[in-house]
Ligand binder design. Structure first.
Ligand code: NAD
Length: 260
């Protein structure tokens, strides 16, 4: 990934930060985007400390705001002159509730961030990649973009939408040298998943985590570093022909039917 210019959204923690660290270790130049300014600067400093030679720009943006997205694209072009990769990762889970009881404001917020945020990213990055006749996009779906997940209707709806938009980008822009794929992580131990375990068992989130891990075919949760290595492949030159796929990274859990 030497000198490739990669944008990472939701880069302040979790999957975004782990991927940024992996890309930096492989020689990429980074534009890190997040709406949590403090955590974003801390994440960038962490990477600079580990790898002082890496070139990093940060941009505070809410990916559900179209102007903010135009802003991170403009910054990347003015600072680095091109965009080789977009890791369209920022997303939220929303609250957990049955479909008929779901809070409508939260529902709309999940749609704005998970669906529109990913769409705006592609909408404004793809024209830059078309001019270069080169680009790699990785959108973050979820196992909830392949299957239903109880009490998470807007999350499941938006992650299926991410998978759908990925197919469309792939078939419309493959001719321009742009490969677009999605990943579908299962339960990966990030701050978002730690928060979900608190909602499932507020008194004992560690117990919820243990129970969840026991349901997985390999009896463990995933780590952000596992996901980072898959994304580094898809978003780099090593990927020459994977396009339009939603690739599960979940220990095999999405193949499970009945007891494991
Ligand atoms: N962790 C998992 O097990 C898992 C599983 C499936 C899918 N995912 C997806 O992976 C992505 C990252 O999840 P994570 O677990 O690292 O979450 P996280 O909450 O640990 O980190 C998400 C980061 O995105 C940022 N962010 C959220 N909304 C934003 C917005 N509107 N604009 C800019 N930044 C925003 C947050 O500030 C945070 O830094 C999400 O799209 C999530 O749905 C995660």
């Amino acid at each position: 990934m030497n000198n490739k210019v990669i944008i990472v959204t939701g880069a302040a923690m979790g999957l975004g930060l782990a991927a940024a660290q992996e890309f930096a270790a492989r020689g990429a130049k980074l534009v890190l985007v997040d709406y949590n300014k403090e955590a974003l600067e801390k994440a960038a400093d962490e990477i600079r400390k580990e790898l002082p030679a890496v070139e990093i720009a940060t941009y505070v943006a809410d990916v559900s705001n179209e102007e903010d997205v135009k802003g991170y694209v403009a910054l990347t072009e003015s600072k680095f002159g091109r965009i080789d990769g977009l890791y369209n990762n920022a997303g939220i889970e929303g609250r957990q509730a049955p479909l008929t009881e779901y809070d409508l404001d939260v529902f709309k917020k999940v749609v704005d961030i998970n669906l529109m945020g990913v769409y705006y990213g592609m909408r404004y990055v793809i024209p830059v990649m078309q001019k270069q006749k080169y680009g790699r996009i990785v959108n973050v779906a979820s196992v909830g973009g392949i299957r239903g997940v109880v009490n998470q209707t807007p999350y499941v709806a938006t992650k299926h939408a991410v998978s759908g938009m990925t197919k469309n980008a792939a078939i419309e822009y493959g001719k321009d040298g742009i490969l677009t794929n999605a990943i579908a992580p299962g339960a990966i131990l990030t701050p978002m998943v730690a928060e979900a375990f608190k909602q499932v068992n507020p008194g004992n989130p560690a117990e919820a985590e243990r129970e969840y891990a026991q349901r997985n075919p390999i009896r463990a949760l995933g780590q952000p570093e596992h996901v980072a290595k898959l994304v580094a492949f898809l978003i780099g030159d090593e990927n020459g022909y994977v396009n339009g796929q939603t690739i599960a990274i979940d220990g095999g859990e999405s193949n499970l039917y009945g007891n494991s």
